[in-house]
Ligand binder design. Structure first.
Ligand code: CU
Length: 70
């Protein structure tokens, strides 16, 4: 399968717990194979076997208690 990399920016994460919460929710999304988060910049890099639905991503981040800015 094709591996796709998508990067989003999420605001509101302040510590390792925040990173873990976002990682847990985003990992549940369709096609997602891995999630990597840079806490300092808020960059969330998602590896997937196909497209990641941006609305589903935003909903997952919202579920964790944070906000997608890009
Ligand atoms: Cu935190």
């Amino acid at each position: 399968m094709n591996s796709t990399t998508t990067t989003f920016t999420v605001t509101g994460m302040t510590c390792g717990h925040c990173v873990a919460a976002v990682t847990e929710e985003v990992t549940k999304l369709d096609n997602v194979t891995s999630v990597e988060i840079d806490l300092a910049s808020g960059a969330v890099t998602v590896q997937s076997d196909g497209p990641v639905d941006s609305a589903a991503f935003a909903a997952a981040v919202d579920e964790a208690g944070y906000e997608v800015t890009s």
